[in-house]
Write a protein that binds this ligand. Structure first.
Ligand code: 7TS
Length: 405
């Protein structure tokens, strides 16, 4: 039986709290999503019943914890449709996954190599590549965008060549909501023999993804944006490519044998998982994925489209409000500016009315420079949001603008 929206909202305890004496209207899902009770319970259940270290002990607790953690890995493998569970590496988040790859590529990138990113990347998919290019003297190239916030694919086709070592791009923009033509970008990269890393941080919550049909080499996301715990994330990497890369960190669990003369490394996925991981978090992420699948992407996509269409229509009724990011193919993220009004002031006032939105550059400063703005106010929706909440947002913005203008 499918749940009603009220039943879904009841799964998320935080959604029934008040902020500043008003019911919370949480519209900052791009930053992080809220957690269903099942996920919260899974973390305390782990510490109450199973807490121990994994992959090390013969004792029952360690085996139970190892089983639970490895089951979570299999859930994530199935969720992304990866071929093997050992292609799923637990990380601390999207940032952790990207840094793992940029660091592991240090030994194979040459000065003549080029790395391509896009103009709409989050800083975490810019800075690690800049650091890598500085170290290796490789060149960083950037695919430009148009005023709607869509990639200029012809420019991409012109800049890619046999010198391109890697194309690293965001599937979905956190600031604009743009959904990029992932399949086409990857097909072109393939023709040129480049590796591909897809930043799926904003994509995983909104629709079904399949890393095999996408044919990317790496796919990264953060657990906390998928209703899971903070400090968790996933790097998917194709088996043969992960096998060919050096490990990221050295330590326990990532080794087969150690002597003072030489260390041999463990098999995948352990080769990339040095040290005691976030065990409770990984288990919680598996539970979050179960939850998302029980809601179903069919429901999620339908609900989010209604929210996006309605919010776009209602926000555009506000005088002098301009939406930044009007791509044809777009997810339920709406960034906007109002002439003469600072986003920080707007965000602060609507918070007094219980409405949580993000303001600022959203860790995409070069993108803000392109639009010649210091930042935006951003409302980002999830399937648990409602049309009534959008009405509250619009009313709160009207009142805030009445005070500020
Ligand atoms: N990539 C994209 C596309 C993102 O949206 C974010 C976080 C990251 C990478 C980094 O994720 P982390 O979990 O490692 O920090 N984006 C946002 C945001 O839009 N507001 O707060 C965080």
């Amino acid at each position: 039986m499918t749940k009603t929206i009220n039943q879904i909202r009841a799964d998320f305890p935080i959604l029934s709290r008040e902020v500043n004496g008003k019911p919370l209207v949480y519209l900052d899902n791009g930053a992080t999503t809220q957690k269903p009770q099942l996920v919260i319970d899974s973390i305390s259940k782990y510490y109450e019943n199973e807490n121990s270290n994994i992959h090390r002990g013969v004792h029952t607790l360690s085996q139970e914890a190892t089983d639970a953690y490895e089951q979570a890995r299999v859930k994530i493998q199935q969720f992304l449709n990866a071929k093997h569970s050992h292609e799923i590496i637990f990380t601390s988040g999207t940032t952790g996954g990207i840094n793992m790859i940029s660091s592991s590529l240090r030994t194979s990138v040459k000065p003549s190599d080029e790395i391509i990113i896009t103009a709409m990347e989050h800083h975490s998919n810019i800075v690690p590549w800049q650091m890598l290019c500085e170290e290796t003297r490789a060149k960083l190239k950037v695919i430009p965008i148009n005023q709607e916030g869509e990639l200029l694919m012809d420019e991409y086709k012109k800049m890619i060549s046999s010198n391109t070592k890697l194309v690293a791009f965001t599937h979905t923009s956190n600031s604009l909501g743009t959904i990029n033509p992932t399949d086409e970008i990857i097909k072109i990269a393939r023709k040129n023999g480049a590796l591909v890393l897809v930043d799926g941080a904003q994509a995983v919550t909104h629709g079904k993804l399949d890393v095999q049909s996408m044919d990317c080499d790496f796919f990264v996301f953060s657990g906390h944006k998928l209703f899971g715990p903070t400090g968790t994330g996933i790097l998917f990497g194709k088996e043969e490519i992960l096998n060919s890369l050096p490990p990221y960190q050295g330590g326990g669990d990532m080794i087969k044998t150690v002597t003072f003369e030489k260390t041999t490394y463990n098999e995948l996925p352990h080769k990339f998982e040095a040290g005691t991981p976030n065990i409770a978090g990984g288990i919680g992420l598996g539970v979050a994925i179960d939850y998302v699948q029980s809601v179903g992407f069919e429901f999620i996509e339908k609900q989010e489209k209604e929210l996006l269409d309605y919010a776009t229509q209602e926000l555009l009724k506000i005088e002098d409000l301009r939406i930044i990011g009007e791509a044809k193919h777009k997810t339920c993220v709406i960034s906007f500016v109002v002439d003469g009004i600072h986003p920080f002031d707007l965000g602060t006032i609507v918070d007094k009315m219980g409405v949580a939105v993000r303001t600022g550059h959203h860790c995409t400063q070069p993108l803000m420079d392109f639009f010649e703005i210091p930042g935006t106010t951003r409302a980002s929706f999830s399937f648990y949001n409602t049309i009534e909440e959008i009405d509250v947002l619009v009313k709160a913005l009207d009142r805030a603008l009445g005070m500020l203008r």
